[in-house]
Design a binder for this molecule. Structure first.
Ligand SMILES: Nc1ncnc2c1ncn2[C@@H]1O[C@H](COP(=O)(O)OP(=O)(O)OP(=O)(O)O)[C@@H](O)[C@H]1O
Ligand SMILES: Nc1nc2c(ncn2[C@@H]2O[C@H](COP(=O)(O)O)[C@@H](O)[C@H]2O)c(=O)[nH]1
Length: 210
């Protein structure tokens, strides 16, 4: 909810931009949810993370990821350009610090889409971040999504499903859970918007310092 739409009774209470982390197992639909929010022109700053993995068909540099070489990624690490980075399924992934800080400084709510280990790191760095765990209706549903996406082979899909089971155990570290049920993407989007709307009504708002 833009600050201008707040209840006037909240005038005088501080309003800070939110840092919203969308996480959950591979294939659960994080990107699909965020792409739908972008289509709907939800007024968030969607952070584009960096990776050295090859671009998939249909992906766009600067939109899905900043696709960089492994050498450039290592330079970003050594130059302190990343808030968080990790090896995820064999490739580097990391969050550009300047993008997050600039967006927060401009007063916009910032959305990050990262894996579960990355969410734990962001929690340590920014305890006031809003952590949302996106879960599938079932592991069978998750498998079906990974299979139909056709970006991983069967061995890799099995690996991601096995990691997914461990990731579900990290749920306790999150603030919210959103179910992305089969063919109900818009419900998941609406639930995330409802979470953000509720966060905007907090008497003691979260204040992220990064
Ligand atoms: N609610 C849904 N019902 C059916 N299919 C879905 C749903 N949400 C996403 N999908 C499909 O599931 C596949 C995986 O989705 P997506 O790539 O968005 O997942 P992800 O969580 O971003 O994965 P990764 O972590 O590996 O990047 C895609 O083919 C997508 O179209
Ligand atoms: N810890 C981080 N995880 C990230 C980051 N950017 C993306 N991701 C996550 O990686 C996996 C695999 O992604 P894929 O596009 O290769 O399938 C997925 O869970 C992403 O959300 C990041 O900067 N840090």
């Amino acid at each position: 909810m833009p600050v201008a739409d707040r209840n006037p009774l909240l005038d005088g209470l501080p309003a800070y931009p939110l840092l919203i982390v969308i996480s959950g197992p591979s294939g659960v639909g994080k990107d699909s949810i965020l792409n739908r929010m972008r289509e709907l022109k939800v007024p968030f700053h969607f952070v584009v993370t960096a990776t050295d993995r090859p671009m998939r068909a249909g992906e766009r540099d600067g939109y899905d990821y900043h696709f960089v070489t492994t050498e450039r990624f290592r330079e970003m690490i050594s130059q302190g350009e990343l808030i968080e980075w990790a090896r995820v399924y064999g490739h580097y992934k990391g969050i550009p610090a300047s993008e997050v800080r600039d967006a927060l400084a401009s007063g916009r709510d910032v959305v990050l889409r990262i894996d579960v280990q990355g969410a734990a790191t962001v929690r340590r760095l920014a305890p006031e971040a809003v952590l949302i765990f996106v879960a599938p209706g079932s592991l069978d549903e998750l498998r079906a999504r990974l299979v139909q996406r056709r970006t991983e082979n069967n061995t890799e899909i099995d690996r991601r499903l096995s990691v997914a089971q461990q990731e579900m155990e990290a749920l306790d570290a999150f603030d919210y859970i959103v179910l992305n049920r089969a063919d109900r993407l818009d419900d998941a989007v609406a639930q995330i918007q409802a979470i953000v709307a509720a966060e905007k009504l907090r008497v003691h708002p979260r204040h992220v310092v990064l």
